[in-house]
Design a protein around this ligand. Structure first.
Ligand SMILES: Cc1cc2nc3c(=O)[nH]c(=O)nc-3n(C[C@H](O)[C@H](O)[C@H](O)COP(=O)(O)OP(=O)(O)OC[C@H]3O[C@@H](n4cnc5c(N)ncnc54)[C@H](O)[C@@H]3O)c2cc1C
Length: 1005
């Protein structure tokens, strides 16, 4: 019975009445998810008291299923709680050192920990197989609760997994309907106001149906997902079941809605009403999306259901937006989400004939509002439904059923391993500060407050946005945000730029010496490595004489540029950054066509170039302040001065960023520059020169000198007027330059300075407790991103015994699932190598690998062989750490997977090459993480993430040993290398009288 109240049309009063009614029915019941066990409740109360303890406990639970032995369990228990240190109660801190590793006590402890975690998981997970799930569903039904069932297992990183997921849904629909459709009818849950409702109801995550689900490539993703979804929808139609599409992270939202709409407009599904989609009220897009859906339903002519929820990824969305410096898609205040939820409820109830409302919440205020709004519209309870999660807010479910309300329970089932991720999400949700359940049943906040209109709460709430840990600190320099290709406008701009650049293929690019563009008689074609028939542009190849002219031009421009105010020099860089920002998509498009970079890779390279301009500009302003150490009667100034003519020799793999980074560092410090781009990326080099011309750098300050390295390189390096060489490229050339530059030639009055960023043989260590999904994903991204042609790329995965075989098998499958396609195809994961020579070199190493190890996976690129320089990814196993494929830089998509007995051996292997550039570790052991931080000696070490993609300022980049000479690019010491420090001391004492130094008072004696 609904509350018997005379409230007229006062929705707020009716909401309060419904709310009070629900509270009254719940009485003293305590629907905390941890009820039922005194221990669980204690544990949760304790963790809720301290964020640090909570984080450690949940991390431990997350790692638990993958810990094979009692020793492992106990070690992690000790390590995690030791990390919480001062946050633990004294008694527990004292106990920690005595946690036994093994023996009967150790075994018992590990077993208890595991059993408790499983018990906790069982509160939220309906079983590990279909039979167990069916028992749970029968129990729900006996309480007049409907269900929607969800198969756990979220990170689909291989096509085999996607197909398995699809198969399991097909079985699920079959198995469930055979059983459930035999159960006696219950009108409350088997009928809506409009029609009988399917009893079998499944919830599907679309990203689980395709391992390469990616909003950057909506066409292909939609095509593959629809192919896999179609049989599921057909099976559902056949057995009279309902299918709901869950909503995942924001980046997937538009694509999820698009696929939902596209498939439901197909003839066979167009008239089918038993489908729905989740929409998240915490998103600012929520109402516009609902409006669009309503419009689309008009077109379709058949209603769909909308499950309105607040959203499960609030922390994630806020952290990602802060990390990427993207607009935050979610509301920042809880009251805003709640208020938006109520608006969306009204919207749905208003259009319930098209968008059937399924309201997903455990919040009594949100539910009461829904019920009041429906009643004010004279909608019977059967015209909408309320949905809640399995294991949460049980008394509220009971109270709603008693009020004649249809309640559907979202019931996940599946294996413990994916189950743990789900469990941790539920634990986080229930223990979050903003959680309604926590406030009402743990913290006993008053009913009035809990039922308060969110808009009223707004007035009381602090104005300060609540950001989770990790929000970006306010600082001077900000990294240029990467483009968010989940946005349709960004994709359109990129497509347009690719087409425009294609229209400009074949132009001829001159050298620039002084301010004079010079087109050589012979020009060299620059070929698109994805389509070798396409000539992107032709560049003028400099002669030895032109190299000498360029040095002379740079030399004569030097004094004026040296004496230009640092602020003015920095200004040129800031303006260049602006031009790059304006031409961002165009520059990225040139990279796609000339260097075979995929969209995101190309975009990141342009963003990094902008960063270099801004960062080095600001760094120069800092350094220009110099240092004063004045004392009475003596002035001491420490300041910097540039070195002179600088030759910049850049590679093609970061065709704009590295050339731009080295050049702008030299320029802003007052040096004049000769830019020699790689032969394979000379058109992009010409674009950089265009930018320098656009910002009107004085003549001769930057000279553009593309040419054949062997022809003009020696002239530039050996020239007595060259003061400095900044090089990035192979170890062989780097060491050669270093040797040559060390010689002092006739007429040379200085020792040359060489900066050389050279190669790497980078390794990622995979600990046996690593998160497998993340490790496999991180290794494939690091090893095969841009076809492994990055100096930071991973070429060795060192896996600890215990996880080795599982990891290798999953890695091979994940790699098989990557799409090999031309770089301009937005869904391309693997594109071409840069040129024929690179292709041959990589194929030679593949042949060596076959001698030295076991080829586990090799992609077939036959279909593209004639089109471009394609070599698919190769994975080798069982090679010795000293094998050539495990020691030499290959610079291609070749990965060797090495086995290590323990972490000591893994570190020996990892450190056992002449290089020290990047490295990584996937581990969930705090002690192992700490040890690897100490002992894995590389320039850039990454823990639990991919090892490529360093950002200026945040992760200054560069290595040591034979990986490089010099300090890190994009870091605070980089510019110093382009400068010489000077000190000037002036005695200001004249006949016992000295001027007053700044900030100094005259002491009157
Ligand atoms: C049946 C069902 C299915 C679901 N399916 C999905 C799904 O497909 N996709 C999905 O993303 N979610 C889904 N959820 C929602 C999600 O998992 C949470 O259960 C839900 O958001 C909790 O909201 P509440 O109203 O119960 O609790 P409340 O405690 O009232 O609200 C908590 C929610 O408020 C939001 N929030 C928290 N802090 C802030 C803040 N500072 N500023 C703004 N907003 C904040 C968050 O969304 C948080 O989850 C589903 C929920 C149910 C019940």
């Amino acid at each position: 019975m609904p509350p018997d109240i005379q409230t007229g049309s006062d929705r707020e009063a009716l909401t309060l009445a419904y709310g009070r009614e629900l509270f009254a029915r719940i009485g003293h019941a305590r629907p905390v998810p941890f009820s039922g066990s005194w221990w669980d409740e204690r544990l949760m109360r304790w963790t809720m008291g301290d964020e640090a303890v909570k984080v450690q406990l949940f991390r431990f639970i997350d790692a638990l299923p993958q810990l094979p032995s009692p020793q492992d369990v106990n070690r992690h228990l000790r390590e995690y709680f030791s990390e919480a240190g001062p946050h633990l109660p004294g008694w527990l801190r004292r106990l920690l050192p005595y946690i036994p590793d093994n023996g009967w006590a150790g075994q018992l402890l590990a077993k208890t920990a595991r059993r408790n975690a499983e018990r906790l998981a069982q509160r939220f997970i309906a079983g590990s197989n279909l039979a167990e799930a069916l028992q749970t569903l029968a129990r729900l039904r006996s309480r007049s609760l409907a269900f929607t069932i969800d198969l756990l297992g979220e990170a689909t990183i291989t096509e085999a997994e996607a197909e398995r997921y699809q198969g399991e849904y097909l079985q699920l629909l079959d198995g469930l309907s055979r059983e459930v459709n035999r159960w006696p009818a219950i009108d409350l849950i088997d009928r809506s106001a409009a029609a009988p409702l399917p009893r079998v109801n499944v919830s599907v995550k679309l990203s689980s149906l395709y391992s390469q689900f990616d909003p950057i490539d909506p066409e292909n993703t939609s095509r593959v997902v629809r192919e896999r979804l179609r049989p599921i929808l057909r099976a559902a139609q056949r057995v009279h079941a309902f299918v709901n599409v869950d909503m995942e992270q924001y980046a997937y939202k538009d694509l999820t809605i698009r696929i939902f709409r596209e498939i439901l407009l197909e003839d066979e599904f167009r008239a089918w009403p038993d489908v729905g989609i989740a929409i998240q009220a915490y998103l600012r897009d929520c109402l516009p999306d609902l409006r669009n859906l309503a419009g689309w339903v008009e077109e379709r002519g058949t209603p769909v259901w909308v499950r309105l929820v607040k959203g499960a990824y609030w922390d994630y969305e806020s952290v990602i937006a802060a990390q990427q410096d993207w607009p935050v898609p979610v509301f920042l205040h809880k009251w805003e989400t709640d208020a938006n939820f109520e608006k969306a409820v009204d919207f749905l109830l208003e259009r319930q004939a098209q968008l059937r409302p399924a309201i997903g919440s455990h919040n009594i205020r949100s539910l009461a509002y829904t019920m009041a709004s429906a009643r004010l519209r004279d909608l019977p309870p059967s015209s909408y439904e309320i949905q809640m999660l399995y294991g949460m807010a049980e008394p509220i479910k009971e109270a709603l059923v008693a009020l004649g309300q249809r309640v559907r329970v979202y019931t996940p089932y599946g294996q413990l391993l994916p189950g743990m991720a789900y469990l941790v999400r539920r634990l986080l949700e229930n223990t979050a500060n903003e959680s309604f359940l926590r406030a009402s049943f743990v913290e006993r906040v008053s009913e009035e407050q809990l039922l308060m209109n969110p808009l009223q709460r707004a007035a009381a709430a602090s104005r300060r946005p609540q950001m989770p840990n990790g929000s970006a600190p306010a600082r001077g320099f900000r990294n240029e945000p990467l483009t968010d290709f989940s946005r349709a406008e960004a994709r359109q701009e990129m497509l347009a730029a690719l087409a425009q650049v294609r229209d400009r293929f074949g132009l001829v690019y001159p050298l620039v010496i002084g301010s004079t563009p010079i087109t050589a008689e012979t020009t060299v074609p620059s070929v698109n490595p994805s389509h070798i028939q396409q000539v992107v542009g032709r560049w003028s190849s400099a002669t030895v004489e032109q190299a000498q002219q360029a040095v002379a031009a740079a030399r004569s421009a030097f004094p004026g540029w040296r004496d230009t105010e640092p602020r003015q020099r920095a200004g040129y860089l800031f303006r260049a950054a602006e031009v790059m920002r304006r031409r961002r998509f165009e520059l990225a498009a040139w990279e796609v066509h000339e260097c075979g970079k995929q969209w995101r890779e190309a975009d990141a390279d342009v963003a990094e170039s902008i960063d270099y301009c801004n960062y080095y500009g600001q760094e120069m302003l800092r350094l220009a302040q110099g240092q004063r150490r004045d004392v009475p009667g003596e002035e001491n100034a420490y300041f910097y001065e540039p070195r002179g003519v600088t030759v910049v020799i850049a590679p093609w793999n970061f065709p704009l960023a590295i050339l731009c980074g080295m050049t702008t560092a030299a320029l802003v410090t007052g040096n004049t520059v000769i830019m020699k781009p790689a032969e394979q990326s000379a058109v992009i080099g010409a674009k950089l020169m265009e930018i320098f011309q656009e910002v009107a750098l004085p003549p001769g300050v930057a000279n553009y000198l593309p040419g054949i390295g062997e022809a003009i390189g020696p002239t530039l390096i050996n020239h007595p007027d060259v003061a400095m060489i900044a090089f990035t490229g192979s170890k062989g050339v780097g060491l050669l330059i270093n040797r040559e530059a060390a010689d002092t030639r006739p007429g040379q009055d200085h020792v040359k300075r060489v900066l050389a960023e050279m190669g790497g043989k980078n390794a990622i260590i995979i600990d046996k407790d690593a998160d497998l999904d993340e490790a496999v994903h991180g290794v494939t991204a690091s090893a095969f991103g841009y076809q492994g042609q990055k100096c930071s790329a991973c070429s060795r995965a060192i896996v600890l015994e215990g996880l080795y075989d599982t990891f290798l098998a999953r890695l091979a499958e994940a790699t098989r699932s990557l799409r090999i396609a031309p770089a301009e195809d937005p869904g391309s994961s693997i594109g071409p190598l840069i040129d024929a020579e690179a292709r041959q070199r990589v194929l030679d190493y593949v042949a060596i690998g076959k001698e030295e190890g076991r080829l586990v996976y090799a992609a077939d690129v036959a279909a593209l062989a004639q089109e471009g320089y394609y070599v698919g990814p190769h994975i080798f196993a069982d090679a010795a750490p000293t094998a050539r494929i495990a020691q030499e830089e290959i610079f291609g998509p070749v990965l060797v997977v090495l086995r290590a007995r323990d972490l000591t051996e893994a570190l020996d292997i990892a450190n056992g090459t002449p290089y020290a550039l990047t490295g990584g570790l996937y581990s969930r052991s705090p002690e192992n993480i700490a040890r690897v931080k100490r002992e894995f000696r590389v320039g850039n070490l990454y823990i639990n993430r991919k090892i490529t993609g360093a950002l200026v300022d945040r992760q200054p980049f560069g290595g040591f040993k034979l990986s490089g000479i010099g300090s890190k690019a994009g870091g605070p010491d980089y510019l110093l290398q382009f400068l010489v420090p000077r000190t000037i001391t002036e005695n200001t004492l004249r006949r016992g009288f000295a001027p007053v130094a700044d900030g100094e008072e005259h002491a009157a004696h």
